[in-house]
Each structure stands twice: as C-alpha cells, then as structure tokens.
Write a protein that binds this ligand. Structure first.
Ligand code: FAD
Length: 815
C-alpha cells in the first residue's frame, strides 16, 4: 500500500477516467496539492472496458460544449504527455430507419449547426459510400458528424494521469477510502486504509460506487449500475481504421472498427440492473457473465443493418457494468448537503466522451467556487433525497439505459418508477382523466383526456394526441376559468428579525415591502447571472413565504440556506409538503371565488401582487393574486390536509362558471403567449436580467444593494448585446421545442430556449436569445431584421418581438 500524505487541498476518490480528468485539470489550473486515491489500479472499474466512442452532439448547448472540449483535449493529449491515447477523429454516421427518426436527426443537425459543430445530412446512398458494409434497406437518411472520434479509454486515462502527475498531482493506487469526514456541514477529509487525510475539498469520482461513497456523508448520489453488452467479431475484410462510428438507434446498435474487427454494442429497451446488493469489494478489471439470450434479438437487428456480421465469427462477448442516473444525465458539482464535497459520477455510458469537459468544469468549479457556465442539466442539485432509494433506482435503470437510443420524443415521460410523489389531489385529477408527467418524482397532470378517451401519450414531433384537449384547457383559461394543481411548487419559510436583510441581499428586487405584498424577483450570482426565479410574499415583519419551482427545490433551498450568515437571526425551512396549491385562473375566477368566501376580492381591496389569508369553504387558505398565465387569477396555498375539501368546493361551484381542469401543457402554452420566462430554459446563470428583459424586477437603488448589482451596473453601462425575444412562426404545421436556430437576415443570431404552440395567438411560439455581435441589441436592431427559425434543417419565416404577443400591457392581469 502506498504511503500517503496526511493533508491535501483536494482529495479525489477514484482513478477512472473521470477522477483522472479532474486531477489533470486541477493541475492545469495550478492547483497541484491534489491527492487522487484509487482502491485498486487506475481504470479498473468501468473505464477499462469502454468501447471508446467520442461523440460531440448532446441535448443542450453547454453539454455539447463540454463534449466538444473533450474531443479537442484528447486530440492533443498524446503530443502533450508523450502517452499514446489511440484517439482518432474518424467521424460518426447516424442512420434513420423511420420518418420520425429522420426528423429527430435533422433537428439534431440544426441544433449542431447552431452550436458550431460541423454536420452533413446524407442520403442513404451517401451513407453507404462512407460505410460500405452498411445495408441501407429501410434507411431514409443519415447524419454525418465529421469531427466525432474514438479513443482508447485505458491509454487516454493514463495520459490524463501522466499530465496530472507532471503538474504535481499525487496519485496513489491500492488505497481504499473508507469514510468521508465532515464537521458542521463541511468536508474535512477522508479516512483510508492507509490512514487519515485532511482536505479542504473531496471529490467523489467513484463511478458505480459513488452512491455508496456519498451515503457515508449522507449525500444523495442517485445512480445504479446496469449491464452493458458488446461483442467484438473476428476480422472482417474491408474494414479500415478510418471507418466512421456507425449508429443505428432504431436497431439499438452502434458499430466501431477495432483493429480490422467490428465492435458492436447495444442500448436495449429493457436493461439488466446490476449490483443491487452493493458492488463487490474485489471488483477490478472484471466482467459480468455473457447473456446470449439477452443479446440475441439485438444481434439479429445489428445483422440486418450490417449483413457481414452474419458470417463473421465472434471473438469476444463482453458484458460490463456502467452506472445510470434516473434522468440519464450525469451528476456534477458541489453537493447541497456538504460544503466542499463534490461529485462527478453517473455517466450513463458516455463517461469517456464526457470526462474531458466534465473534469475541466469541475476543476474550475472547485477553484473559482462556481461553475464556468450554466451546468444545470447535470448539476447534482437537481436531485431530491428520495432518489437514493435503491428500489426506485433499480427499477428506473431498466429503462434508462435504453433511453439513450430510444426516440427522444418531445414530452416523453419515463414509464418506470412512477407514482412516487403525489399531490393530495392526485386521485381526484386521475379520476377526471389527468395524464401525468413527472418532475423530480412528482406526478403532475399535464393534460386531461376527454371523457371516453385514454389519458395516454401518443408521441410524435408534430401535434400529439393531447393537442386539441390541451387547446380546450387553454381557451377555458383565457375565456372563462381554469383550475391547475400546482402543489409541486417548492415553498420555503424564512423567519427571524434579520429575514428582511438576508433576503434583501440575495433578491434583485426589493422585498422590504408592506405585509401582504408579493414580490417577483431573481436571485443573482456575483456576475449578474440568474440563479433562481421566484416569488416572495411578506407574511409578517419578520417572515417571508418563498415560492419556486418543483425542479429547483433542492438548488434554491440550498442557495437560500447558504446565504444566511452564521451570525444572522434568520432561519429557513422547506415547507413544500405542508401546502397544496391550486391555481384558479381566468376572467371568471373572481366571480367563482366570491361564491366561496366572504373576503372582499375587488381590485381595490385585493389588487394584483398581493396576498391574504381568506376563508374558503371551511378552510383558511393563503390567496395570492398572481399569475403565470396572463389572466386575472389566484394561487391558493392550502394546508395539505385541507386540499381535498377546498378542491371539492371549488369544483362543485365551478360548473356554473364553465370551470375546466387544466394541466401543465396548457400552462406552458399560456405562459409562452405572455413571454413569462422559465428558469432553466429561458433564464439561467448565463443570462442577466438585462438580457432577459427583467430589468423591471431590479431594484437598482434599494438600501444595502444586492448580490450581482455591480455586474449589472457594468453591463448596463456597456450595453447589452444579447436579448430575449418572443418568436412566432409564420407557419402552423411545425412546432418549436428548444434549441432551434434563429436566423436574422440570413445570419445565425441565436436559438430558441423554449417553445410551445400558442392557442390564442394561433402560432407555434418560442422564446430565445438573439445576439448582435457588432453592437448592442437595440430595439431598432431587433425589429429591423427579417427572421427565420430552422426546424429540422428547414428555415421557417418568423415574427420576433421584445414584447409578449398576448396582452402586452397586462391589462387582463390587473383588471
Ligand atoms: C461496455 C461499456 C462500453 C462503454 N462505452 C463507452 C463509449 O464508447 N464512450 C463513452 O463515452 N463511454 C462509454 N462507456 C461508459 C464509460 O466507460 C464510463 O462512463 C466511464 O468509464 C466512467 O468513468 P468513471 O471514472 O466515472 O468510473 P470508473 O472507471 O468506474 O472509476 C471509478 C473508480 O473509483 C474507484 N473507487 C471506487 N470506490 C473507491 C474507494 N472507496 N476508494 C478509492 N477508489 C475507489 C474504482 O476502483 C474505480 O476505479 C462504456 C461503458 C461500458 C460498461
């Protein structure tokens, strides 16, 4: 066993490709007091047996940036370190065997272009020219990414390790970490079989062991291992080392030339979870038993695509474990539970292609105290504590491996591990035809099936089966009144005599308002980027009620808690489960509510932006006059045990007012028409309120200032080059989802951040940023352009506006 120092600034647990990349990048940034501890030998976990595919196109711009960086890194690593990596930029081809898959590939190609990736759309014939053994039977088209590549995972990891050592990082093999030491919510070091090591920062890169390692410090790292299969054939004549990687997602298969042989791997729809009882102690450079009956149907599909496989003998049947997360995205960043404890794990079969970028941004995060750009897609703060539940993870893993190659349908919902978190009204909504979607395990009605029809999704890229039903819900809200169950909202209580000062410091808007006022605000980072988007209601002199989205519950609560100085007299409590929320929205909402309460609901007594506790039915509820749909309406915060009785009286009274239950798809369509921003899509830590058009919520001169103010002032002085605009397509037969490129006068100027059909405006709508690279993005510059949005490689004319398409003066909201 190696002798190890008793202190290091950073300790990394795990010497797979990810741990070595974090070590390498810390070293590159000049942070060399780093100790990497590997329980056996480098690469012995999952890394050693990876197929080595290095693709670049990911679902979002920033993840694509990370994968692009990985490619650039691997390209130069051998030159830098002298250690061969086997990296080769051979390109990749993805074929489509259905019209829907072709649309998916073309949408991906449009997105790739907007991220600066080279991409070509190929006819079946052109694909065959590049990949001669390909059978194009049933193939409708293909996409070619010339800069994709492949690498040797062991050699690449060794090169990263060598680069790290060259920078002064210490790497100790055969040293198992046995515990993480913490004190008052902060990491203090690790215990190992070779003694204690004190550290300021600990990074959990323990691959499929990472859930258990996190558990030592009571940290949620939701991942589970699954078996992943590939074969390697005997040599096949005609295979050259420059052959691109081939993917046929419809056949769940990928193909890679490997020293004159073919490596063929699969992402099958029904995967086999592994290691439920824990990963065996002695697992190193191991593989799992082959399961020929499991891969037989997959093999048959691969043969149909590459018939030469039929007569090629199989040299290797490989089965190795890899870890998967509930949403197929990896887990990165500082844990909300323990300061100084970071995670980089759960790579869902793309750890080799992600390691370079993930290692770089995590090193930046550790050194700078924040990620270099928005990494919400992979941020560990998206996880919620129940997701450590092993049965939940096991059952979800059956599905998540296959989702890599399944159709990435818009609105696609997981089918496994469902029904975990439910609103108190869930059964009532289900009985009324609710079709549910899931966010962080919370079941939410997305739409309501008409009587006699099934509440089940039929997916497509066009109008899905719920389109008309959701349109009816939308119209009911615009014309009469709709009822939304928004119980999944996260809610926090902040109390104490310093509550106003603490909250005032993190809110860009002024929260020192009269009791009963609701303040819409953002929380900014020091760079002026938007970390959270929420409402704050002043309940008392020293008490606030904070409401934010379900998806950001952990993140926002963590931001709030960590913003309370130790000496401050203020405490935050997550009270999300204590309240159900009903959104009663629409021009007739007041008329309806008046029949159920004796509170004065007139605008004079109860104006927009205020909140009061009122009698409703037999209950007392907090009614907040606020909206995310752009109509007169009330959000009702109901102590959970009263939710059903309140719901029943509202629905009971509703029929005379044309009340309609409405779901999240209608909510999305309604908010899009009003250009209400959605955090995570339209506003992120990369966007400032000035760029996002939220200057109205910035209290520039409030007492005490606020975090991010200096950066905003600088930006205001320098001028804003990038602005959020509302976009409406001139055609109604295509739909916008996200990431579609925006062209202005034939030049690429931005992309769509979120999209939905607007049923009142009567057009596919989107929000998105447009950038003027030469000067500030003034209103004149924006309105002077001729716009098109690229959907599946086709440009569609569009209108663009800085103001919402629906009720730009908000007359309906305030009426
Ligand atoms: C068959 C197969 C094919 C794949 N093909 C590809 C591909 O083509 N492209 C791609 O991008 N990805 C691919 N992957 C995925 C990729 O291999 C993984 O995502 C990646 O290797 C994960 O790296 P890691 O460093 O997170 O984990 P690991 O390589 O498992 O490293 C974790 C390390 O932590 C160590 N460790 C655990 N506990 C402790 C402890 N207590 N103390 C000290 N050390 C500890 C382990 O020994 C291990 O070495 C494939 C995976 C499989 C299974």
């Amino acid at each position: 066993m190696a002798s190890i120092p008793s202190h290091a600034r950073v300790v990394i647990i795990g010497g797979g490709i990810v741990g070595c990349s974090v070590a390498y990048h810390l070293g590159k940034r000049g942070c060399s007091d780093v100790l990497l501890l590997e329980r056996r030998r480098l690469t012995c976990g999952t890394t050693w047996h990876a197929a080595g595919l290095v693709g670049q196109l990911r679902a979002t711009q920033n993840l694509t940036r990370l994968a692009q960086y990985t490619t650039q890194l691997y390209e130069g690593l051998e030159r830098e370190t002298g250690q061969a990596t086997g990296f080769k930029q051979v390109g990749s081809i993805a074929v489509a065997a259905s019209a829907a898959r072709l649309e998916e590939l073309k949408r991906g190609a449009s997105m790739a272009r907007c991220f600066g990736l080279e991409v070509e759309i190929l006819s079946p014939g052109a694909a065959k020219e590049r990949w001669p053994l390909l059978s194009v039977e049933g193939v409708l088209g293909a996409v070619f990414l010339p800069e994709d590549g492949r690498t040797n995972p062991i050699d690449t990891t060794q090169a990263l390790a060598r680069g790290a050592r060259n920078a002064g990082v210490r790497i100790a093999e055969d040293v198992k970490v046995t515990a993480i030491r913490t004190e008052r919510g902060r990491v203090k070091g690790v215990a190992t079989e070779a003694g204690e090591v004190r550290a300021d920062v600990v990074v959990n890169c323990a691959g499929m062991w990472a859930r258990e390692v996190g558990g030592w410090a009571n940290v949620t790292v939701p991942l589970h291992a699954a078996e992943h299969f590939y074969i390697v054939t005997q040599p096949i004549p005609g295979l050259t080392s420059s052959l691109p990687i081939l993917r046929d997602a419809d056949a769940c298969s990928y193909f890679k030339e490997d020293a004159g042989k073919l490596l063929v791997g699969w992402f099958e729809p029904q995967a086999k979870p592994w290691g439920e009882g824990g990963i065996p102690e002695n697992f190193a450079f191991d593989q799992l038993p082959a399961d020929l009956s499991h891969i037989e149907p997959l093999f048959a599909a691969a043969i149909r695509r590459v018939p030469a496989l039929e007569s090629a003998g199989v040299q290797v049947f490989f089965n190795g474990p890899e870890s998967f997360t509930p949403d197929d995205r990896y887990l990165l960043g500082e844990t909300p539970e323990v300061r100084g404890l970071y995670v980089a794990a759960g790579f869902n079969s793309i750890g080799i292609q992600s390691a370079g970028g993930a290692g770089k941004v995590l090193a930046d995060w550790i050194i700078d105290g924040h990620p270099p750009f928005d990494l919400w897609d992979v941020d560990i703060r998206r996880c919620v504590p129940f997701q450590r539940n092993k049965r939940y993870l096991r059952d979800r893993t059956v599905e998540s491996l296959g989702l890599l190659y399944a159709m990435h349908w818009p609105f696609r919902q997981a089918e496994t591990s469902r029904g975990v978190r439910k609103s108190a009204l869930h059964d009532r909504l289900a009985a009324a035809g609710g079709c549910f979607g899931e966010v962080a395990g919370f079941e939410r009605a997305n739409w309501f099936a008409a009587p006699g029809t099934e509440p089940r999704y039929e997916y497509s890229y066009g109008r899905q089966n719920w389109f008309e039903q959701s349109a009816a819900e939308h119209r009911a809200v615009r014309e009469r009144v709709g009822l939304f169950d928004q119980s999944s909202f996260a809610k926090f209580a902040l109390r104490g005599r310093d509550a106003t000062a603490v909250l005032g410091r993190i809110c860009a808007n002024d929260v020192d308002v009269p009791i009963g006022r609701i303040v819409y605000t953002q929380w900014l980072n020091e760079r002026g980027g938007i970390e959270a988007d929420l409402t704050v209601t002043r309940e008392a002199e020293d008490a606030y009620f904070i409401v934010t989205s379900c998806a950001t519950q952990t993140r926002d609560f963590n931001w709030l808690s960590r913003s309370i100085p130790e000496e401050a007299h203020a405490g935050a409590v997550d009270v999300s489960a204590a309240y159900a929320v009903l959104g009663l929205m629409g021009p007739r909402s007041r008329e309806l509510l008046v029949t159920l309460t004796d509170a004065d609901l007139s605008t004079a007594a109860f104006p927009f932006g205020t909140s009061r506790i009122i009698d409703l039915g037999y209950a007392r509820v907090r009614a907040s006059r606020i909206t995310y749909v752009g109509e007169l309406g009330y959000e009702l915060y109901i102590p959970t045990e009263f939710a059903q009785s309140v719901y029943d009286v509202i629905v009971g009274a509703g029929s005379s007012f044309g009340l309609q239950l409405a779901g999240y798809h209608a909510l999305n369509s309604l908010r899009m028409e009003k250009a209400y921003r959605h955090w995570g899509h339209d506003i992120t830590p990369d966007d400032t309120p000035l760029e996002a058009g939220l200057e109205f919520a910035v209290a520039w001169s409030k007492k005490g200032g606020f975090v991010g103010r200096d950066a905003l002032l600088r930006q205001r002085q320098e001028g804003v080059r990038c602005r959020l605009v509302a976009v409406a397509l001139e055609r109604t037969d295509v739909l916008l989802y996200h990431n579609e490129p925006i062209w202005r006068d034939g030049e690429l100027v931005g992309s769509i951040s979120s999209g939905m059909f607007g049923h009142t405006v009567g057009a596919p709508l989107g929000l998105g940023y447009v950038e003027n690279t030469d000067a500030s993005a003034s209103e004149e510059w924006i309105t002077a352009g001729r716009y098109e949005v690229e959907v599946a490689a086709e440009r569609v004319p569009a209108r663009v506006s800085l103001r919402p398409f629906y009720d730009p003066s908000s007359l309906r909201v305030k009426g």
